[in-house]
Design a binder for this molecule. Structure first.
Ligand code: ATP
Length: 318
């Protein structure tokens, strides 16, 4: 049963008109297993918000609560000022959703599916616009059951953005898409934002969050481990640089970060990329050393996940 927490004796604060989603102290159980363990989320209107995280972290479960498909054990949830648990019909009229697994009628063609959707949807739109937008014109007469995985994802996305809803929730919208389809999906998401809509998506791709998201939250084992802008999260993790050195060069300069040498390759992990790289390049120049294969990069998603797992994120917990 859904329970909403109230503070006794306090008048309810008026809803913030800028808030698209507000989640406080959300817990979700599947039987004895606690899949979501007390998370807070704030998504502002007009924002693209990316929910990242390890496998089984609770992202899909959280999205299902936002859609009113999953019952939470405690905490409060407000989506477009509504309670998804009790006002799902009102909410679905204002919200588009793409699930990880689309529920299609396999025998209907792509065009028939969109025409059916046109009859069912609360918002007006045209099948032709979506067929063109998601590159499905040539597949319009193909039964959905015969579409490739990527084509099904695109059809599902077309239905989610049907009528340009106020809020669009996308669960791994680009998983399994080829690079061109991924690019088109990113364009469609950015178009929604340009039209003033709010988008919440889950993804396992850092570059996707980087390209699209104003704010991200990274979940692990049912909790939000870090949240903020991706730039803040990445900046809080050590960067890396590496280079190949001549085999006869044994010493290394003194650096703020940690250096590891394997045969002729040196790898440095550092919180001061600019400072350490300058020291390293100056040191190499003074010795007349030509550095081959010099590479420098900020933390990767793998580094961030590793930090999240080991609780070494150094970034604020909400
Ligand atoms: P992924 O990135 O792998 O898709 P996720 O972050 O979306 O993972 P969820 O699908 O929300 O994770 O699952 C969170 C946890 O809850 C997992 O351990 C999963 O096995 C469990 N779980 C999800 N749905 C159910 C269910 N219907 N019954 C029991 N356990 C469930």
């Amino acid at each position: 049963m859904t329970q909403t927490t109230h503070r006794a004796g306090l008048a309810a604060a008026p809803p913030d008109p800028r808030s698209a989603i507000s989640v406080r102290g959300l817990h979700v159980h599947y039987g004895a297993f606690e899949a979501v363990r007390g998370i807070d989320l704030d998504v502002h209107r007009g924002e693209i918000f990316a929910l990242l995280g390890t496998n089984g972290a609770g992202k899909t479960t959280t999205l299902e609560v936002l859609q009113g498909f999953c019952t939470h054990s405690s905490g409060s949830v407000s989506v477009l000022g509504l309670d998804p648990a009790t006002q799902r019909n009102e909410l679905s009229a204002r919200m588009g959703v793409q699930l990880q697994e689309g529920g299609f009628v396999e025998d209907l063609t792509v065009a028939e599916t969109l025409v059916l959707w046109q009859r069912l949807a609360d918002r007006p739109d045209r099948p032709g616009r979506l067929l063109e937008r998601f590159d499905l014109l040539e597949r319009r007469d193909v039964p959905v059951g015969k579409l490739s995985g990527g084509e099904k994802r695109r059809l599902d996305l077309a239905m989610a953005v049907w009528g340009t809803p106020e809020l669009v929730i996308l669960d791994e919208p680009t998983t399994g898409l080829d690079p061109e389809s991924r690019r088109r999906t990113w364009d469609a998401i950015q178009e929604l934002q340009e039209a003033g809509r709010t988008v919440v998506l889950t993804t396992h791709y850092l570059e996707e969050a980087e390209a699209l998201a104003d704010q991200v939250a990274i979940m692990h084992e049912g909790r939000v481990a870090v949240a903020g802008t991706l730039a803040d999260i990445v900046a809080a993790q050590p960067a890396r640089f590496s280079a190949t050195l001549p085999a006869d060069l044994a010493d290394l300069p003194r650096l703020a970060g940690s250096a590891r040498r394997e045969a002729d390759r040196v790898q440095v992990q550092t919180a001061d990329l600019q400072g350490d790289l300058t020291t390293f390049l100056t040191w190499a120049a003074a010795r007349g050393v030509r550095l081959s294969d010099l590479r420098a990069a900020p933390a990767s998603l793998a580094d961030i996940y590793h930090a999240v797992r080991s609780d070494q994120t150094g970034v604020r917990r909400p």
